[in-house]
Design a protein around this ligand. Structure first.
Ligand code: KG4
Ligand code: ZN
Length: 353
Protein backbone atom coordinates (compact mmCIF):
# COMPACT_ATOMS: atom_id res chain seq x y z
CA UNK A 1 0.00 0.00 0.00
CA UNK A 2 1.44 3.37 -0.97
CA UNK A 3 2.19 6.06 1.58
CA UNK A 4 0.10 8.79 0.01
CA UNK A 5 0.24 11.20 2.91
CA UNK A 6 4.01 11.30 3.33
CA UNK A 7 4.44 14.82 1.90
CA UNK A 8 1.47 16.35 3.74
CA UNK A 9 2.34 17.29 7.31
CA UNK A 10 -0.72 19.10 8.59
CA UNK A 11 -4.24 17.85 9.17
CA UNK A 12 -6.57 18.25 6.22
CA UNK A 13 -10.08 19.45 6.98
CA UNK A 14 -12.69 18.82 4.29
CA UNK A 15 -16.16 20.25 3.95
CA UNK A 16 -18.22 17.58 2.18
CA UNK A 17 -21.55 18.06 0.42
CA UNK A 18 -23.99 15.35 -0.71
CA UNK A 19 -27.29 15.86 -2.55
CA UNK A 20 -27.56 12.97 -5.02
CA UNK A 21 -31.00 11.73 -3.99
CA UNK A 22 -33.32 12.71 -1.13
CA UNK A 23 -30.87 13.67 1.61
CA UNK A 24 -29.37 17.15 1.80
CA UNK A 25 -26.14 16.59 3.70
CA UNK A 26 -22.94 18.34 4.73
CA UNK A 27 -20.06 17.21 6.94
CA UNK A 28 -16.67 18.32 8.17
CA UNK A 29 -14.11 15.50 8.15
CA UNK A 30 -10.46 15.56 9.21
CA UNK A 31 -7.95 13.38 7.36
CA UNK A 32 -10.75 11.30 5.87
CA UNK A 33 -11.41 9.46 9.12
CA UNK A 34 -12.42 11.82 11.90
CA UNK A 35 -15.93 13.26 11.62
CA UNK A 36 -16.39 16.66 13.30
CA UNK A 37 -19.98 17.01 12.09
CA UNK A 38 -22.37 15.03 9.91
CA UNK A 39 -25.54 16.98 9.21
CA UNK A 40 -28.35 15.29 7.31
CA UNK A 41 -31.67 16.78 6.33
CA UNK A 42 -33.80 13.86 5.16
CA UNK A 43 -36.67 14.52 2.77
CA UNK A 44 -38.16 11.06 3.33
CA UNK A 45 -41.39 12.31 4.93
CA UNK A 46 -42.08 14.45 1.89
CA UNK A 47 -41.52 11.65 -0.65
CA UNK A 48 -43.42 9.07 1.43
CA UNK A 49 -46.62 10.84 0.35
CA UNK A 50 -45.85 9.75 -3.25
CA UNK A 51 -44.51 6.26 -2.48
CA UNK A 52 -40.99 7.07 -3.73
CA UNK A 53 -38.56 9.89 -4.51
CA UNK A 54 -40.00 12.58 -6.80
CA UNK A 55 -36.94 14.09 -8.54
CA UNK A 56 -38.35 17.60 -9.03
CA UNK A 57 -39.43 17.86 -5.39
CA UNK A 58 -36.00 16.57 -4.29
CA UNK A 59 -34.16 19.28 -6.28
CA UNK A 60 -36.36 22.07 -4.94
CA UNK A 61 -35.96 20.90 -1.35
CA UNK A 62 -32.16 20.67 -1.77
CA UNK A 63 -32.10 24.30 -2.92
CA UNK A 64 -34.18 25.33 0.07
CA UNK A 65 -32.09 23.45 2.63
CA UNK A 66 -28.49 23.34 1.44
CA UNK A 67 -27.24 26.65 2.88
CA UNK A 68 -28.77 25.90 6.25
CA UNK A 69 -27.33 22.37 6.33
CA UNK A 70 -23.81 23.61 5.47
CA UNK A 71 -23.97 26.39 8.09
CA UNK A 72 -25.12 23.92 10.73
CA UNK A 73 -22.38 21.48 9.81
CA UNK A 74 -19.65 24.13 10.06
CA UNK A 75 -21.05 25.39 13.33
CA UNK A 76 -21.25 21.89 14.88
CA UNK A 77 -17.66 21.30 13.79
CA UNK A 78 -16.70 24.57 15.47
CA UNK A 79 -15.15 26.04 12.35
CA UNK A 80 -15.71 28.52 9.55
CA UNK A 81 -14.95 28.37 5.84
CA UNK A 82 -11.55 29.91 6.61
CA UNK A 83 -10.55 26.64 8.36
CA UNK A 84 -11.52 24.43 5.43
CA UNK A 85 -8.68 23.04 3.26
CA UNK A 86 -10.86 21.57 0.51
CA UNK A 87 -14.45 20.96 -0.52
CA UNK A 88 -15.62 17.51 -1.62
CA UNK A 89 -18.91 17.16 -3.44
CA UNK A 90 -20.87 14.25 -4.90
CA UNK A 91 -21.17 14.80 -8.66
CA UNK A 92 -22.62 11.41 -9.67
CA UNK A 93 -24.29 9.01 -9.95
CA UNK A 94 -27.74 10.15 -8.89
CA UNK A 95 -30.64 12.37 -9.89
CA UNK A 96 -29.31 15.09 -12.17
CA UNK A 97 -31.34 17.96 -10.71
CA UNK A 98 -30.49 16.90 -7.15
CA UNK A 99 -26.76 16.50 -7.90
CA UNK A 100 -26.64 19.89 -9.60
CA UNK A 101 -27.67 21.67 -6.41
CA UNK A 102 -24.71 20.30 -4.44
CA UNK A 103 -22.28 20.78 -7.33
CA UNK A 104 -23.35 24.40 -7.93
CA UNK A 105 -23.14 25.17 -4.22
CA UNK A 106 -19.69 23.60 -3.87
CA UNK A 107 -18.37 25.42 -6.95
CA UNK A 108 -19.76 28.74 -5.67
CA UNK A 109 -18.08 28.38 -2.26
CA UNK A 110 -14.85 27.16 -3.85
CA UNK A 111 -14.77 30.10 -6.28
CA UNK A 112 -15.78 32.76 -3.74
CA UNK A 113 -13.33 31.63 -1.05
CA UNK A 114 -10.54 30.18 -3.19
CA UNK A 115 -10.88 26.75 -1.58
CA UNK A 116 -9.78 23.74 -3.68
CA UNK A 117 -12.63 21.53 -4.93
CA UNK A 118 -12.81 17.82 -5.65
CA UNK A 119 -15.72 15.94 -7.23
CA UNK A 120 -16.51 12.59 -5.59
CA UNK A 121 -18.28 9.45 -6.80
CA UNK A 122 -21.29 8.63 -4.60
CA UNK A 123 -20.61 4.89 -4.46
CA UNK A 124 -16.91 5.42 -3.72
CA UNK A 125 -18.25 7.50 -0.83
CA UNK A 126 -20.43 4.62 0.40
CA UNK A 127 -17.42 2.29 0.36
CA UNK A 128 -15.28 4.88 2.19
CA UNK A 129 -17.78 5.09 5.07
CA UNK A 130 -15.93 2.01 6.30
CA UNK A 131 -12.73 4.07 6.77
CA UNK A 132 -14.59 6.29 9.23
CA UNK A 133 -16.05 3.42 11.20
CA UNK A 134 -12.82 1.41 11.27
CA UNK A 135 -9.80 3.74 11.67
CA UNK A 136 -7.39 0.84 11.12
CA UNK A 137 -9.03 -0.34 7.87
CA UNK A 138 -6.73 -0.19 4.85
CA UNK A 139 -7.00 -1.62 1.34
CA UNK A 140 -6.99 -4.22 -0.06
CA UNK A 141 -10.46 -5.41 0.84
CA UNK A 142 -13.61 -6.47 -0.98
CA UNK A 143 -16.85 -4.51 -0.54
CA UNK A 144 -20.46 -5.30 -1.31
CA UNK A 145 -22.24 -2.07 -2.16
CA UNK A 146 -26.01 -2.48 -1.87
CA UNK A 147 -28.09 0.67 -2.08
CA UNK A 148 -31.31 1.90 -3.65
CA UNK A 149 -29.66 2.29 -7.04
CA UNK A 150 -26.68 -0.10 -6.96
CA UNK A 151 -25.62 -3.64 -6.16
CA UNK A 152 -21.94 -4.12 -6.82
CA UNK A 153 -19.12 -6.28 -5.59
CA UNK A 154 -16.01 -4.12 -5.66
CA UNK A 155 -12.40 -5.02 -5.01
CA UNK A 156 -10.70 -2.04 -3.36
CA UNK A 157 -7.11 -2.65 -4.40
CA UNK A 158 -5.84 0.64 -2.96
CA UNK A 159 -7.25 4.01 -1.91
CA UNK A 160 -9.32 5.23 -4.87
CA UNK A 161 -8.43 2.13 -6.90
CA UNK A 162 -11.59 0.12 -7.54
CA UNK A 163 -12.19 -3.01 -9.58
CA UNK A 164 -15.76 -4.13 -10.27
CA UNK A 165 -16.13 -7.85 -9.64
CA UNK A 166 -19.92 -8.17 -10.09
CA UNK A 167 -22.98 -6.03 -10.64
CA UNK A 168 -26.73 -6.37 -10.83
CA UNK A 169 -28.20 -7.15 -14.23
CA UNK A 170 -31.54 -5.52 -13.40
CA UNK A 171 -32.91 -4.15 -10.10
CA UNK A 172 -30.68 -3.04 -7.25
CA UNK A 173 -31.16 -4.80 -3.90
CA UNK A 174 -32.63 -1.68 -2.23
CA UNK A 175 -34.97 -1.15 -5.16
CA UNK A 176 -36.30 -4.69 -4.67
CA UNK A 177 -36.84 -3.99 -0.95
CA UNK A 178 -38.74 -0.80 -1.80
CA UNK A 179 -40.92 -2.42 -4.48
CA UNK A 180 -41.80 -5.47 -2.39
CA UNK A 181 -42.58 -3.28 0.65
CA UNK A 182 -44.96 -1.24 -1.48
CA UNK A 183 -46.63 -4.40 -2.85
CA UNK A 184 -47.29 -5.82 0.62
CA UNK A 185 -48.57 -2.47 1.89
CA UNK A 186 -45.66 -1.37 4.07
CA UNK A 187 -44.99 1.87 2.19
CA UNK A 188 -41.79 3.81 1.54
CA UNK A 189 -38.91 3.46 2.28
CA UNK A 190 -39.21 -0.29 2.19
CA UNK A 191 -35.86 -1.52 3.50
CA UNK A 192 -36.15 -0.51 7.15
CA UNK A 193 -39.81 -1.59 7.29
CA UNK A 194 -39.11 -5.05 5.88
CA UNK A 195 -36.12 -5.36 8.20
CA UNK A 196 -38.33 -4.68 11.22
CA UNK A 197 -41.44 -6.71 10.37
CA UNK A 198 -39.32 -9.71 9.32
CA UNK A 199 -38.47 -10.25 12.98
CA UNK A 200 -42.08 -11.42 13.43
CA UNK A 201 -42.21 -13.56 10.27
CA UNK A 202 -41.04 -17.02 9.19
CA UNK A 203 -38.19 -16.71 6.65
CA UNK A 204 -38.91 -20.26 5.44
CA UNK A 205 -42.66 -19.74 4.96
CA UNK A 206 -42.41 -19.14 1.19
CA UNK A 207 -39.68 -20.52 -1.05
CA UNK A 208 -38.88 -17.51 -3.25
CA UNK A 209 -36.25 -18.04 -5.98
CA UNK A 210 -32.57 -17.15 -5.51
CA UNK A 211 -31.88 -15.14 -8.69
CA UNK A 212 -29.27 -16.61 -11.02
CA UNK A 213 -27.63 -14.94 -14.00
CA UNK A 214 -26.78 -17.14 -16.96
CA UNK A 215 -23.07 -17.27 -17.58
CA UNK A 216 -22.11 -15.61 -14.28
CA UNK A 217 -21.88 -16.99 -10.75
CA UNK A 218 -21.24 -13.57 -9.31
CA UNK A 219 -23.59 -11.03 -10.95
CA UNK A 220 -26.91 -10.34 -9.25
CA UNK A 221 -30.49 -10.35 -10.51
CA UNK A 222 -33.43 -9.34 -8.32
CA UNK A 223 -36.22 -8.73 -10.82
CA UNK A 224 -37.24 -12.43 -10.94
CA UNK A 225 -37.54 -12.46 -7.16
CA UNK A 226 -39.64 -9.31 -7.22
CA UNK A 227 -41.98 -10.83 -9.87
CA UNK A 228 -42.22 -14.01 -7.86
CA UNK A 229 -43.38 -12.03 -4.80
CA UNK A 230 -45.96 -10.18 -6.94
CA UNK A 231 -47.20 -13.51 -8.38
CA UNK A 232 -47.52 -14.96 -4.91
CA UNK A 233 -49.58 -11.96 -3.77
CA UNK A 234 -51.80 -12.17 -6.87
CA UNK A 235 -52.30 -15.89 -6.25
CA UNK A 236 -53.46 -15.16 -2.69
CA UNK A 237 -55.85 -12.47 -3.91
CA UNK A 238 -57.33 -14.72 -6.59
CA UNK A 239 -57.93 -17.48 -4.06
CA UNK A 240 -59.39 -14.94 -1.64
CA UNK A 241 -56.69 -15.86 0.91
CA UNK A 242 -55.07 -13.44 3.32
CA UNK A 243 -51.28 -13.30 3.20
CA UNK A 244 -48.97 -12.65 6.12
CA UNK A 245 -47.00 -9.41 5.61
CA UNK A 246 -44.37 -10.63 8.06
CA UNK A 247 -43.93 -14.04 6.36
CA UNK A 248 -43.68 -12.52 2.86
CA UNK A 249 -41.22 -9.88 4.13
CA UNK A 250 -39.08 -12.41 6.00
CA UNK A 251 -39.04 -14.92 3.11
CA UNK A 252 -38.24 -12.23 0.52
CA UNK A 253 -35.50 -10.77 2.70
CA UNK A 254 -33.96 -14.20 3.25
CA UNK A 255 -33.82 -14.74 -0.52
CA UNK A 256 -32.00 -11.39 -1.00
CA UNK A 257 -29.62 -11.96 1.91
CA UNK A 258 -28.81 -15.53 0.79
CA UNK A 259 -27.87 -14.34 -2.70
CA UNK A 260 -25.83 -11.36 -1.51
CA UNK A 261 -23.88 -13.46 0.99
CA UNK A 262 -23.39 -16.44 -1.31
CA UNK A 263 -22.05 -14.41 -4.24
CA UNK A 264 -19.90 -12.31 -1.93
CA UNK A 265 -18.30 -15.34 -0.27
CA UNK A 266 -17.73 -16.95 -3.65
CA UNK A 267 -15.96 -13.83 -4.93
CA UNK A 268 -14.00 -13.47 -1.68
CA UNK A 269 -12.74 -17.04 -2.00
CA UNK A 270 -11.75 -16.52 -5.66
CA UNK A 271 -9.70 -13.45 -4.66
CA UNK A 272 -8.48 -14.81 -1.33
CA UNK A 273 -9.56 -11.66 0.50
CA UNK A 274 -8.83 -11.28 4.19
CA UNK A 275 -11.26 -8.40 4.85
CA UNK A 276 -14.82 -8.04 3.61
CA UNK A 277 -16.84 -4.82 3.93
CA UNK A 278 -20.43 -3.88 3.18
CA UNK A 279 -21.78 -0.43 2.32
CA UNK A 280 -24.89 1.43 1.13
CA UNK A 281 -28.40 1.69 2.56
CA UNK A 282 -29.09 -2.07 2.46
CA UNK A 283 -25.91 -2.64 4.51
CA UNK A 284 -27.82 -1.33 7.52
CA UNK A 285 -30.12 -4.38 7.29
CA UNK A 286 -29.77 -6.29 10.55
CA UNK A 287 -30.33 -9.74 8.99
CA UNK A 288 -27.75 -9.07 6.29
CA UNK A 289 -25.20 -8.07 8.91
CA UNK A 290 -25.86 -11.18 10.98
CA UNK A 291 -25.53 -13.41 7.90
CA UNK A 292 -22.24 -11.78 6.87
CA UNK A 293 -20.92 -11.95 10.43
CA UNK A 294 -21.53 -15.70 10.40
CA UNK A 295 -20.31 -16.41 6.86
CA UNK A 296 -17.11 -14.38 7.28
CA UNK A 297 -16.53 -15.82 10.77
CA UNK A 298 -16.69 -19.38 9.39
CA UNK A 299 -14.10 -18.52 6.75
CA UNK A 300 -11.70 -16.56 8.94
CA UNK A 301 -12.41 -13.33 7.04
CA UNK A 302 -12.56 -10.03 8.94
CA UNK A 303 -16.02 -8.48 8.44
CA UNK A 304 -16.49 -4.71 8.70
CA UNK A 305 -19.53 -2.48 8.21
CA UNK A 306 -20.42 1.14 8.87
CA UNK A 307 -22.98 2.06 11.55
CA UNK A 308 -26.49 2.62 10.06
CA UNK A 309 -26.18 6.42 9.83
CA UNK A 310 -23.04 6.00 7.71
CA UNK A 311 -24.68 3.32 5.51
CA UNK A 312 -27.52 5.47 4.20
CA UNK A 313 -26.74 8.68 2.31
CA UNK A 314 -24.60 11.15 4.25
CA UNK A 315 -21.80 13.62 3.54
CA UNK A 316 -19.18 12.24 5.98
CA UNK A 317 -18.59 9.33 3.60
CA UNK A 318 -18.02 11.83 0.77
CA UNK A 319 -15.48 13.57 3.01
CA UNK A 320 -13.68 10.25 3.53
CA UNK A 321 -13.52 9.39 -0.19
CA UNK A 322 -12.76 13.03 -1.07
CA UNK A 323 -9.80 13.13 1.30
CA UNK A 324 -8.01 10.26 -0.48
CA UNK A 325 -8.74 11.85 -3.86
CA UNK A 326 -7.46 15.21 -2.57
CA UNK A 327 -4.16 13.90 -1.21
CA UNK A 328 -3.59 11.99 -4.43
CA UNK A 329 -3.76 15.38 -6.17
CA UNK A 330 -7.20 15.20 -7.75
CA UNK A 331 -8.97 18.55 -8.19
CA UNK A 332 -12.05 19.90 -9.95
CA UNK A 333 -12.64 23.32 -11.45
CA UNK A 334 -15.62 25.39 -12.42
CA UNK A 335 -16.32 22.98 -15.26
CA UNK A 336 -17.37 20.26 -12.79
CA UNK A 337 -20.85 19.11 -13.77
CA UNK A 338 -23.35 16.60 -12.44
CA UNK A 339 -22.89 13.21 -14.13
CA UNK A 340 -26.02 11.14 -13.36
CA UNK A 341 -24.60 7.91 -14.82
CA UNK A 342 -21.02 8.27 -13.51
CA UNK A 343 -19.23 4.90 -13.44
CA UNK A 344 -17.03 3.79 -10.54
CA UNK A 345 -13.47 4.95 -11.19
CA UNK A 346 -14.58 7.37 -13.95
CA UNK A 347 -13.18 10.92 -13.75
CA UNK A 348 -15.14 13.56 -15.61
CA UNK A 349 -14.24 17.08 -14.55
CA UNK A 350 -11.77 15.72 -11.98
CA UNK A 351 -8.11 16.23 -12.93
CA UNK A 352 -4.78 15.27 -11.39
CA UNK A 353 -2.42 18.09 -10.46
O1 KG4 B 1 -27.54 4.21 0.04
P1 KG4 B 1 -28.91 4.73 0.12
O2 KG4 B 1 -29.29 5.58 1.32
O3 KG4 B 1 -29.27 5.58 -1.14
C1 KG4 B 1 -28.83 5.25 -2.42
O4 KG4 B 1 -27.68 5.61 -2.76
O5 KG4 B 1 -29.62 4.56 -3.11
O6 KG4 B 1 -29.87 3.47 0.03
C2 KG4 B 1 -31.24 3.57 0.11
C3 KG4 B 1 -31.80 2.16 0.01
C4 KG4 B 1 -33.33 2.14 -0.08
O7 KG4 B 1 -33.70 1.28 -1.13
C5 KG4 B 1 -33.73 1.58 1.26
O8 KG4 B 1 -34.95 0.85 1.24
C6 KG4 B 1 -32.55 0.66 1.59
O9 KG4 B 1 -31.43 1.38 1.16
N1 KG4 B 1 -32.44 0.41 3.03
C7 KG4 B 1 -32.55 -0.83 3.57
C8 KG4 B 1 -32.47 -0.64 4.97
N2 KG4 B 1 -32.28 0.69 5.23
C9 KG4 B 1 -32.26 1.31 4.01
N3 KG4 B 1 -32.73 -2.02 2.98
C10 KG4 B 1 -32.82 -3.08 3.79
N4 KG4 B 1 -32.78 -3.00 5.15
C11 KG4 B 1 -32.61 -1.82 5.77
N5 KG4 B 1 -32.54 -1.75 7.10
ZN1 ZN C 1 -26.41 6.22 -1.64
Amino acid sequence: MMDIKKDIKKDIKLLAIESSCDETAAAVVVNGRKVLSNTIYSQIDLHTLYGGVVPEIASRKHIEKIDQVIRQSLSEAGCGLGDIDAIAVTYGPGLVGALLVGVAEAKAISFARGIPLVGVHHIEGHISANYIEHPDLEPPFMCLVASGGHSHLVMVNDYGDYEIIARTRDDAAGEAFDKVARAIGLGYPGGPKIDKISREGNPDAIDFPRGKVEGSDLDFSFSGLKSSVLNYLNGCRMKGEEFSQADVAASFQKAVVDVLVEHSMHAAALRGVKTFAIAGGVASNSHLREAFEKACGERGIRFVHPSPVLCTDNAAMIGAAGYYEYIKGYRSGNDLNAVPGLRIGEKTGVYRL
